[in-house]
Design a protein around this ligand. Structure first.
Ligand SMILES: [Zn+2]
Ligand SMILES: [Zn+2]
Length: 336
């Protein structure tokens, strides 16, 4: 297993000061280490967030009326020795502020705008950081090295690239590992990873915000349906009704409705007992009816035993009770 600990010592007091300056006086920073090793949901929207630029439909208009910004999907992994950011979104400053300090390293899934462009805040126009460890695939690293403005971050040693090999656990700290899982996804600039976090006590969390189709992935979701596992899966679109003028075959995402139907055929889920794992959806497009907790689609999803990830949710990976979001077993054991 590759190890990246002891944690980087590159974030000296200077950067704490800089962070304070970035967020301004009066900003209260939470303590770095809580008692639990946990995963914090820092955002749940598709790459462009919500409200969505140029959209005047209900989800976006309501968010504007409420002054609400749904941040782009990202996770914070808080350990005993530091924390690690999964994806650098356009909302990176607020997401780092929510965690209370700069991350010890950043792990990137791929080179679409919602997943890596937050690196710009580490550059000389913003933080001007020093050797922030950034872990990504070889192809994404090559892309960053060859294209501005990212190559400048490397040249000025504001970030330090590390290659994250596929299917190889990387130890974040003793007892906690991250494995990059290649997934099929639109790949103009880079390939795409999902991430699996594994704690030594057996708990795990699977994070796949973007994938073309499940059947194109050589892995099986059943491999990850272990007791006390949490799965956060691509929930971009609920159904084709969101895209009335588009050919569904051109939409490179599994629909939430299809994913639920597919999962419910699995023996592990097609039974009357409560699931020993939990399955949620993340990376919601602005058009998704799951933004509305009172929609028929939200009611159906919850009734079938799934959940929608929300910013601020926390999943304990170490000890203490698992944050069970599903209180009732699926009602229909003969679901298709
Ligand atoms: Zn995305
Ligand atoms: Zn993508």
């Amino acid at each position: 297993m590759t190890s990246i600990f002891p944690p980087s010592t590159t974030f000296c007091g200077l950067f704490w000061v800089t962070l304070f300056c970035l967020f301004g006086p009066g900003c209260e920073l939470a303590p770095l280490n809580g008692p639990e090793v946990e995963v914090v949901v820092l955002g749940t929207a598709q790459d462009a967030g919500l409200p969505h630029i140029g959209c005047a439909k209900a989800n976006c208009e309501l968010a504007r009326a409420e002054g609400r910004r749904e941040k782009v999907s990202a996770l914070g992994v808080r350990g005993h020795s530091g924390w690690w950011l999964l994806d650098a979104t356009p909302d990176l400053p607020a997401q780092i502020q929510a965690m209370g300090s700069l991350p010890d390293a950043i792990f990137l899934t791929h080179a679409h705008i919602g997943h890596y462009t937050g690196l710009m805040y580490l550059g000389r126009e913003a933080l001007g950081s020093h050797k922030v460890p950034v872990w990504c695939s070889q192809r994404l690293a090559d892309f960053l090295r060859k294209n501005g403005p990212w190559e400048q971050l490397i040249k000025l040693q504001q970030i330090e690239l590390h290659i994250l090999p596929p299917n190889t656990p990387v130890e974040l700290e003793p007892g906690l590992s991250l494995t990059a899982l290649p997934v099929p996804h639109r790949d103009e600039y880079s390939d795409t990873y999902g991430f699996q976090l594994q704690h030594q006590n057996g708990r795990s969390l699977l994070f796949i915000p973007d994938i073309d189709q499940w059947h194109q992935w050589p892995r099986q979701l059943t491999d990850f349906l272990q007791p006390d596992a949490t799965l956060l899966l691509d929930g971009t679109f609920y159904s084709g009704a969101e895209l009335p003028h588009r050919d569904l075959s051109e939409i490179p995402h599994p629909l939430v409705s299809s994913t639920m139907n597919q999962l419910e055929t699995l023996p592990q889920l097609n039974k009357a007992t409560a699931w020993p794992f939990q399955i949620g959806f993340i990376h919601l497009n602005h058009s998704n009816p799951l933004w509305n907790a009172n929609s028929d689609e939200s009611a159906d999803l919850h009734q079938r035993g799934f959940f929608v990830a929300r910013e601020g949710m926390r999943f304990a990976l170490s000890h203490g009770p698992v944050a069970k979001l599903i209180s009732t077993p699926p009602a229909d054991t003969d679901a298709p």
